[in-house]
Design a binder for this molecule. Structure first.
Ligand SMILES: CC(C)(COP(=O)(O)OP(=O)(O)OC[C@H]1O[C@@H](n2cnc3c(N)ncnc32)[C@H](O)[C@@H]1OP(=O)(O)O)[C@@H](O)C(=O)NCCC(=O)NCCS
Length: 157
């Protein structure tokens, strides 16, 4: 008989202060300019920071904001930051993080997930399109002197 170990699934957990040095070492973010800015973001009301792990190993992190009218079925998870560590890229972790957020955080009152990326961040736009998420809007001046491209999906229940 052959016995095989199943691959470690990606899980999403809470950020702790222990992650901050690692986060500070990231060369590129989506929305934040660095750790200081990211800390300001996760201190905001309704914003939740998270770390994505495979087994015990952190592979990425981010933050999402809960917005919109859940009673009208218009609630949204707005992903404000999402970074996969450079050494962990192109292994499906970004896609798994996105789908884990969709699976765990969306519900009938909050069926939307959106993400705004810098118009110049073509890699992230390719990644989102590869994940099947569509661009829905140009957010003028979202990144100061540059526009953002907003991608959105709606989960069916
Ligand atoms: C964008 C990002 C989150 C992608 O994470 P990732 O774990 O490397 O992406 P995945 O492995 O899930 O990629 C899935 C598919 O998306 C596409 N894709 C991912 N990165 C890509 C890139 N740099 N260029 C082109 N296509 C890309 C590919 O089709 C890929 O499948 P493949 O590797 O089998 O070809 C990661 O590169 C990152 O953290 N970038 C810096 C921060 C950033 O820009 N964040 C914005 C998030 S919106």
């Amino acid at each position: 008989m052959t016995t095989i170990a199943p691959p470690d699934a990606l899980t999403i957990g809470y950020l702790t202060g222990q992650h901050f040095a690692w986060i500070a070492s990231m060369p590129q973010f989506n929305q934040c300019s660095g750790l200081k800015d990211f800390k300001r973001l996760i201190e905001r009301k309704n914003v939740i920071g998270f770390v994505a792990r495979v087994g015990p190993t952190p592979v990425g992190f981010g933050a999402y904001e809960l917005t919109g009218d859940v009673h009208a079925g218009l609630g949204q998870v707005v992903v404000r930051e999402l970074v996969i560590a450079p050494e962990s890229r192109r292994r499906g972790h970004g896609a798994m993080t996105l789908w884990t957020l969709v699976r765990l955080k969306l519900d009938p009152g909050r069926p939307y997930l959106s993400l705004t990326v810098d118009e110049r961040n073509l890699d992230a736009q390719r990644w989102l399109r590869a994940c099947g998420v569509k661009a829905v809007n140009v957010a003028r001046g979202y990144f100061g002197d540059r526009d953002g491209i907003t991608f959105q999906l709606r989960r069916e229940f």
